[in-house]
Design a protein around this ligand. Structure first.
Ligand SMILES: [Mg+2]
Length: 284
């Protein structure tokens, strides 16, 4: 049976999100530590609290909202006081931003076979939009699903925080939809509704993702053919430690994670070294 749709996770499946996050965040963090001269354990605890409040580890107004930096900011914008730290973040991110080898080639190949490519991520809309544009995935991913953005600070509108006019951020061809609030992987409902909306029989769809307990457990419960992007697994890398120390995860999230890890998840197929291996597993 030929597959007519590939539904794929983004972070650590198409690109190394942990590496991009780590390189950009640590560049900023290290500069803030030096420039502000604050105790790192206080800084980390403050960062974690702000991330938790906004439900993301990529929060655009992080420095503004850290209690330990308030006396240094003294009412001035963080973009002014910590401009070098913010530049360091942007430079590192630009350098780190790349697809895993073989991803672009594979997506072009799928495109030439008229296969519909759907992205489904739990990263929020704004940064997902940035990565899709910078990684030249606009158009290679036909349809994208992500949660909505974090809330903006009370006194700002979306246009006020954007550096460029709004059409700069608009996709040229990828269609971007929001997932329902609070619905997270491995709940199979969203995947099922994505497939229903595609109007392609489930048997002609396949799913790829790097998390056994989120992506693969979800695909199994939705009874969708799937392959595990084993090459993207990042949990055991040292970069993960910094992420863990400032993560937005709440104690409830950690409990939830523990619970889903109790399940023995065995994938249908494994992509050991690269995304490209999907072409040898399914006929598109
Ligand atoms: Mg992932």
């Amino acid at each position: 049976m030929k597959k007519r749709a590939l539904i794929t996770d983004l972070d650590n499946t198409l690109f190394d999100w942990v590496d991009i996050w780590y390189r950009s965040f640590s560049a900023m963090y290290n500069k803030v530590v030096v420039d502000a001269g604050v105790d790192e354990s206080i800084l980390k605890a403050d960062i974690r609290a702000v991330h938790q409040r906004h439900g993301t580890s990529e929060y655009a107004f992080l420095l503004e909202e850290l209690p330990c930096l308030k006396p240094i900011l003294a009412g001035r914008p963080a973009t002014e006081v910590f401009s070098e730290a913010i530049d360091a973040y942007r430079d590192a991110r630009r350098e780190a931003m790349q697809l895993y080898p073989g991803v672009a080639k594979t997506l072009h190949e799928l495109k030439s076979k008229k296969c519909v490519v759907v992205g489904y991520t739990e990263s929020k809309a704004f940064y997902t939009n940035y990565r899709i544009r910078k990684l030249e995935l606009d158009g290679l991913v036909d349809i994208l699903f992500s949660p909505e953005d974090h809330d903006l600070p009370r006194n700002l509108s979306a246009d006020q925080i954007r550096k460029y006019p709004s059409d700069h951020y608009a996709f040229k061809s990828t269609k971007h939809y929001s997932t329902p609030k609070g619905e997270i992987k491995p709940n199979p409902d969203i995947l099922n509704s994505i497939i229903e909306n595609l109007e392609i029989p489930k048997i002609q769809c396949t799913y790829v993702g790097d998390s056994l307990h989120k992506d693969i457990a979800m695909a199994k419960d939705a009874q969708v053919d799937h392959a595990w992007a084993k090459y993207g697994t990042a949990q055991s890398r040292p970069e993960y430690e910094l992420l863990r120390s400032v993560t937005h995860w709440t104690d409830d999230d950690v409990e939830y994670e523990k619970k889903i890890h109790e399940r023995d998840v065995r994938p249908d197929a494994i992509l050991n070294e690269s995304f490209e291996e999907i072409l040898g597993i399914y006929d598109f």
